[in-house]
Ligand binder design. Structure first.
Ligand code: AVJ
Ligand code: FE
Length: 427
């Protein structure tokens, strides 16, 4: 897992030159070279110092790479390690970590705790790799990354029902058994839900174009007041990276400008845009609990699965994960990854905005540090579920929770919509 993450980190930090690595491509993001040394610094802190009991290698750099000391916008002014030094530091830390992993006889509960630290650090690196991929998408200039496109939608994609009923009743949300589950995914607990309908696939660019063409961005009645204020202030008229050239909608995708594809899940919309679209469509965003029930509950056994398709790890047949592609797959793809009710693409492709604020589950305990989740709980963050094409499987499962501000659009986020089931309809 550490190797897989490092291969990806290398790709993301060697496909551009050193000047590009130290440039801040957007005030929303760090220079890529900050992410690189931050990855190494966290690995040193948790694996070499906390687990291995080693001395700090370069204590003077810790504050530079502490995400809480410096907001992203301020990071280019810090005395950052230059690219060659950052790489050298990351290599040195990794070499010592592999020695520690081979040489230390970890056992019993120590293995559980130390083992978790290794899984946490592999996830952390992959999370920053997604962050760096966002920086690449924001970067101007010719393409630096390439990947094959996902395959066409399967033949049945056009015949899928628009929505699927998820029956009411209790299910187990969260987990106590996923080995790499972070503190905010724990503990497992029962949640009782009313029946609801959920879209079979994420909302597509074609669907979203109808909202745009119906004047969606000009109609305050579809918008949360804070969302409407954002539309006015930033004169929003379409998802981020979209432009209209003589009546044709184009989007910039990793340095390539191309026509918007109607069958692709919409990407780069804020929570406010997702919420407004849902209201325009006469629907709403699913709650986080609804999303997780749809993705995990097995109606035959009444158990919660690890993934929509079962308990086995994701393969390329199940989901679009791991930056194998640089875009979501067409709506209706991955029939093998469908949920028991036939809902597709819950895992991978696009992060899905939910209606829910980021809050702790009943019985939450911060682990191993308060700054992972606890300091973010509250109404200012909305939960995203399911992971995008940019998420590695080590940081993706049915219980995984992501969060961001409802104004954020640069993340690889889309959504699907829901509605209450009319009890008469359900009988
Ligand atoms: C869970 C994606 C919101 O990137 O801010 C990385 C993950 N935490 N380093 C983030 C994280 C510490 C986090 N998100
Ligand atoms: Fe981090």
């Amino acid at each position: 897992m550490l190797d897989t993450a490092r291969t990806r980190t290398s790709t993301l930090t060697t496909c551009v030159d050193d000047h590009d690595l130290i440039t801040q491509h957007s005030p929303l993001m760090s220079p890529l070279v900050w992410d690189l040394a931050h990855i190494a610094n966290q690995e040193e802190l948790w694996l070499l110092r906390a687990v291995g009991g080693r001395e700090a290698m370069r204590p003077e750099i810790d504050p530079i790479y502490d995400a809480f000391e410096h907001p992203r916008a301020a990071r280019p002014t810090l005395p950052l390690l230059p690219p060659a030094e950052a790489r050298g530091y990351a290599d040195e830390v990794r070499g010592r970590v592999l020695d520690l992993l081979e040489g230390t006889a970890l056992h019993g509960t120590e293995l559980l705790t130390a083992g978790f630290a290794f899984g946490m650090i592999a996830q952390h690196e992959q999370q920053h790799d997604e962050t760096m991929l966002i920086t690449h998408q924001l970067r101007r200039g010719p393409a630096a990354l390439t990947a094959p496109p996902p395959g066409p939608a399967p033949a049945d994609a056009l015949r899928l029902p628009a929505e699927v009923l998820v029956p009411g009743g209790p299910f187990t949300m969260g987990t106590g058994t996923e080995p790499w589950a972070l503190d905010n995914e724990r503990p497992a607990h029962q949640v009782d839900l009313a029946p609801f309908y959920l879209d079979t696939t994420p909302v597509t660019c074609g669907d979203y174009l109808r909202f745009i063409e119906d004047g969606g961005y000009r109609e305050p009645r579809w918008w949360d007041p804070r969302g409407w204020a954002m539309v006015r202030e930033l004169t929003l008229a379409a998802p981020l990276f979209w432009t209209n050239e003589g009546g044709q909608w184009l989007r910039r995708c990793f340095g390539v400008v191309e026509p918007v594809r109607p069958d692709e899940p919409v990407l780069h919309v804020s929570w406010y845009e997702a919420d407004a679209y849902a209201r325009w469509a006469g629907r709403r965003l699913p709650t986080e609990a609804e999303w997780e029930k749809a993705a995990r509950h097995d109606p035959d056994t009444d158990r919660s699965r690890r993934y929509p398709w079962g308990d086995t790890d994701p393969t390329p047949a199940h989901a679009n994960l791991g930056q194998r592609h640089l875009r979501p797959a067409p709506a209706g793809s991955y029939p093998e990854g469908a949920s028991p009710h036939g809902i597709r693409q819950l895992i991978g492709d696009v992060w899905e905005w939910t209606a829910s604020d980021f809050l702790p589950y009943p019985g939450f305990r911060a682990f191993p540090y308060r700054e992972y989740s606890e300091v973010f709980f509250g109404p200012e963050y909305k939960v995203l579920r399911g992971g995008s094409f940019a998420v590695d499987p080590v940081a993706c499962r049915g219980t995984f929770r992501n969060w961001d501000y409802p104004i954020r659009r640069q993340i690889f986020a889309g959504f699907r919509t829901a509605r209450d089931a009319d009890p008469a309809e359900v009988l």
